[in-house]
Design a protein. Structure first.
Length: 488
C-alpha cells in the first residue's frame, strides 16, 4: 500500500533537495564575492587609516609644543606606535602595480616618525627653534602622505575595476540561472503536488460531506471510497463509526434520563432531611423562650448570661435559614461573632481570637453558613484537643478581583494525605459541625455549585504548626448592591 506518509515524504524530500541545491550554489558564490569585496575594502580602509594617523600625529605634536602637557605626549606616543604598526603592515598591500609606490609610501611614514621624534627631543631640550623646523618637516611629510594615499587609492580603483566588472557579470549570469532553475523546479513540483494533493483531498472531501450529513442527523448514507492508502481504511472505519454513533446516542439519552432522575431524587432527599431537621423544634416557641430568658437575666443583673442567651438565639435563627439563599459577608461575619461569643464563654482563656476585616469586602454575596463550619472545625480539631487552648485568626482582604477570607489556627495541623481527603470530602474533618450540622465537604460542594467553578477553598497545613483555610470568592454582578439587612 502506497501510504499518504510515503507520498508526503517523497514530495518533501524532492522539494528540499532542489531548493537546497539552488541555495547552496547561490550561497557559495555569494560568499566568495563577499570575501573578495571585503578584502578590497579592507585595503582602502587601511590606507585611509594611515593618512588619518599621520594627520592626527602632527596635530597632537603641535598641541604638545604649545601647551607642554604630559597627556598630549602620551597621546602622541600612542599614535606613533600605531604608525609604526601600519608601516609594518604595508607589505600585505603589495601587488605588481603598486610595489614601488608602496616602498616610497613606507619611507615617507618612517621620515615623518623620525621628524616627529626630533621635534619632541628638541622640545625636551627647550630648543624651540629646532623643534619648529622639525615640526614643519613632519607637517610637510604628512601632506605628502595624504597625497600619496589618494594616489594609491586611485591606483587600487583602476586595478580592481576589471575585477568589479567580472563580479557583476557573474552575479547577473548566476541570477538568471537561479531563476531558470527555480522556475523549472517549481513547475515540476507543482505538477507532482497537484497529483498527490488531488489523491488526498478528493477522498477527504467525500468524507467531509458524509460527516456533514451525520452532523445534520442523517446516519443512513454509507460512504464508498476506493484508494490504495489509509483513506480507504478511514472510510471503512467511518461507516462503522456511523453505526456506533447511532447506538451511543440512544445509550447516552437513556443514561442522561437516569442521571436526571437520580439527581432530582438526591435533591429532594436533601431537602427533606433539612426540613426534618428544622421540624424537630418549634422555632417560634424556642426564640420567644430564649428572649424571655435573656431579658430575665438582664433584669437580674446577669448581663453576660443575657448576652450569651441572645447569641444562642441569633445563632439558631440564622442556622434555620435555607442553605440555598445567599447572604452578605457582613451577615456571615456578624453571626460568626455570635458563635465566637458562645465559644469564648465555653473555653474562656483557652482560646484567643484575632480579626483583621477589610470593610470594603463585606457586601459580597456568598452562600449561607459558609464560614461557621470552618471555624467549628478549628475549635474541634485545634482548640478542644489542646490543654492550653490555642489561637484562631480571621482575616478578609481583596486580591485582584476576588475577596479572600482566611481562617487560621495554631493547632496540630494535617499532613498532605489528610488535606487531600478533606478537599475530596473524605476526611474526618468533613463531618457534621457541632452547631450547624453541616460539614466542610458540604460547604465545598455548595460553593462549587454557587460559583460554578472549582477550587474556591484551599487549605494549607503543616503538622505541628497549624492550619490555614483560604476561601477565594469572585465578585459577582450585583454584590455591590447586596442587601445588608439584620437578621436579629
Amino acid at each position: 500500500m502506497n501510504t499518504i506518509r510515503q507520498k508526503m515524504i517523497w514530495l518533501s524530500l524532492s522539494t528540499w533537495i532542489v531548493m537546497a541545491g539552488v541555495w547552496l550554489l547561490l550561497s557559495i558564490y555569494n560568499q566568495q564575492t563577499v570575501e573578495a569585496y571585503n578584502t578590497i575594502l579592507q585595503r582602502y580602509i587601511f590606507m585611509n587609516e594611515i593618512s588619518q594617523l599621520s594627520a592626527n600625529s602632527v596635530t597632537v605634536i603641535n598641541r604638545f609644543m604649545d601647551e607642554h602637557q604630559e597627556h598630549q605626549f602620551e597621546a602622541y606616543s600612542k599614535l606613533r606606535q600605531q604608525l609604526l604598526e601600519a608601516e609594518a603592515g604595508l607589505g600585505s598591500l603589495t601587488n605588481p602595480n603598486n610595489e614601488v609606490a608602496l616602498v616610497n609610501y613606507g619611507n615617507m611614514i618612517g621620515s615623518q616618525i623620525e621628524a616627529m621624534e626630533l621635534t619632541v627631543a628638541s622640545m625636551r631640550m627647550s630648543d624651540r627653534e629646532a623643534a619648529q623646523v622639525h615640526f614643519d618637516e613632519a607637517t610637510n611629510i604628512s601632506k605628502y602622505i595624504a597625497e600619496a594615499t589618494l594616489s594609491l587609492l586611485s591606483t587600487e580603483l583602476k586595478t580592481y575595476n576589471t575585477f568589479y566588472e567580472s563580479i557583476i557579470q557573474r552575479s547577473r549570469d548566476l541570477q538568471k540561472m537561479g531563476f531558470w532553475l527555480l522556475g523549472m523546479a517549481s513547475c515540476i513540483l507543482l505538477l507532482f503536488s497537484y497529483r498527490i494533493a488531488g489523491g488526498i483531498t478528493k477522498p477527504i472531501l467525500s468524507l467531509s460531506v458524509a460527516a456533514r450529513k451525520i452532523a445534520m442527523g442523517n446516519y443512513n448514507d454509507p460512504i464508498d471510497i476506493k484508494t490504495n492508502d489509509e483513506i480507504s481504511f478511514l472510510a471503512k472505519m467511518f461507516n462503522q463509526m456511523r453505526l456506533n454513533i447511532q447506538h451511543s446516542i440512544q445509550e447516552i439519552q437513556y443514561n442522561a434520563q437516569l442521571e436526571n432522575d437520580l439527581q432530582e431524587h438526591k435533591l429532594r432527599l436533601k431537602e427533606n432531611e433539612l426540613k426534618s431537621l428544622q421540624s424537630q423544634i418549634n422555632p417560634h416557641f424556642l426564640f420567644n423562650t430564649l428572649n424571655i430568658l435573656a431579658k430575665k437575666a438582664y433584669l437580674e443583673g446577669a448581663e453576660e448570661t443575657s448576652d450569651l442567651i441572645s447569641s444562642v438565639s441569633g445563632l439558631l435563627r440564622y442556622n434555620l435559614k435555607r442553605l440555598d439563599s445567599p447572604v452578605t459577608l457582613r451577615d456571615e461575619l456578624r453571626i460568626l461573632d455570635e458563635y465566637l461569643t458562645i465559644q469564648k464563654a465555653r473555653f474562656a482563656e483557652r482560646v484567643q481570637i484575632s480579626k483583621d476585616i477589610d470593610e470594603s469586602c463585606l457586601d459580597i454575596l456568598i452562600p449561607n453558613l459558609t464560614l461557621q463550619p470552618f471555624v467549628e472545625n478549628a475549635f474541634i480539631h485545634a482548640i478542644e484537643p489542646s490543654v492550653s487552648g490555642g489561637h484562631i485568626a480571621i482575616r478578609t482582604y481583596r486580591h485582584k478581583r476576588n475577596v479572600v477570607v482566611e481562617i487560621a489556627d495554631d493547632g496540630g495541623g494535617m499532613d498532605a494525605e489528610q488535606l487531600d481527603a478533606i478537599l475530596r470530602g473524605l476526611g474526618p474533618a468533613t463531618g457534621h459541625g457541632h452547631s450547624t450540622g453541616i460539614g466542610i465537604g458540604n460547604v465545598i460542594h455548595r460553593l462549587d455549585l454557587f460559583y460554578g467553578i472549582p477550587d474556591i477553598v484551599s487549605i494549607r497545613s503543616v503538622p505541628g504548626e497549624g492550619t490555614c483555610v483560604m476561601l477565594t470568592f469572585p465578585e459577582k454582578e450585583g454584590d455591590s448592591d447586596a442587601d445588608q439587612s439584620d437578621d436579629r
